[in-house]
Design a protein around this ligand. Sequence first.
Ligand code: NAD
Length: 343
Amino acid sequence: MSTRIPATLIAGDGIGPEIVDATLLVLDALQAPFDWDHQVAGLGGVKAAGDPLPAATLDSIRRTRLALKGPLETPSGGGYRSSNVRLREEFKLYANLRPALTIIPGGRFDNIDLVVVRENLEGLYIGHEAYIPIDDDPHAVAMATGINTRKGSRRLLEFAFEHAIATGRKKVTVVHKANIMKALTGIFLETAEQLHAEKYKGRIALDAVIIDACAMKLVLNPWQFDVLVTTNLFGDILSDLAAGLVGGLGMAPGANIGADAAIFEAVHGSAPDIAGQGKANPTALMLAAALMLDHCRLPELATRLRRAISDTLNLDNVRTGDLGGKASTSEYAKALVARISNG
Ligand code: NAD
């Protein structure tokens, strides 16, 4: 019998509980050896414990160093700071790995297989923002400070190069805007070039592209890319773009990896527009669970999960509405369980 693995589970907000239930059903069918510690965060945390990131949730992740989490709602404009961003900071989850892989062939973009590695802790997401009032307008001027450090850039770039080599990739593309933000994103480009010359020349190719050109190239010819590595804001935007290439947000998983813990989640948010209706596609969270199985050195279970997802979508043709199907979240999960049990 395999060793049990303690892990924190956060159902999250909006569609979170529906997609987490579906994912648990499938992980149970696989007999994945996780011992879940159920905790709350986001709006669920505010409702249950008066805090979007309760101490008990942090304590749990501190203990397990491993979490699977549904999306957490963050109010726009005012309100509390994103629990996602706080979790990344608390556990120094500096690398955000977001693979985009075609699972359903025949779409507008076929055979996509690329990875976005996003810096998760620095840049313009550090929350150093302020308004300056002028006359009677309290929001007359808005300002934000971005910070990228040599150390933070190097740590993330090292992760990207090592991940690329370990997974048999051919090329790492550093995405920047060093022509305009010469210091803020220049340091990232400069560090990438230095690190490559120092440790990775001859082991993996490196090239560089400016963010705006990269967005256009990803739409015109995404197959030219392999691993894209970039700063926080650009990575956030590009990974949604990459999700769009493989069938939308319902298909895009993410892993937040750091020195102290690893947290796995879907790229998408809490989708309040479809919450509670049984319409959500749980595939992204299930693919995140597959990344979690890889992380826990259970690649056979991860492969079985990915194969069941592909077979259910392509052979059984059971799909949720966002993929043109009619299945509810739970019908899709049951079809997956049948595939796993018979496979
Ligand atoms: P969203 O990703 O929740 O939704 C965007 C669109 O995609 C919506 O039309 C939604 O219905 C659809 N969609 C998303 N996931 C889907 C799925 N699994 N199946 C089918 N359709 C799906 O983005 P949003 O509406 O901009 O954000 C809603 C909330 O989520 C906000 O509070 C935001 O801060 C939060 N958010 C959280 C995370 C996270 O927890 N990691 C990430 C992004 C956004």
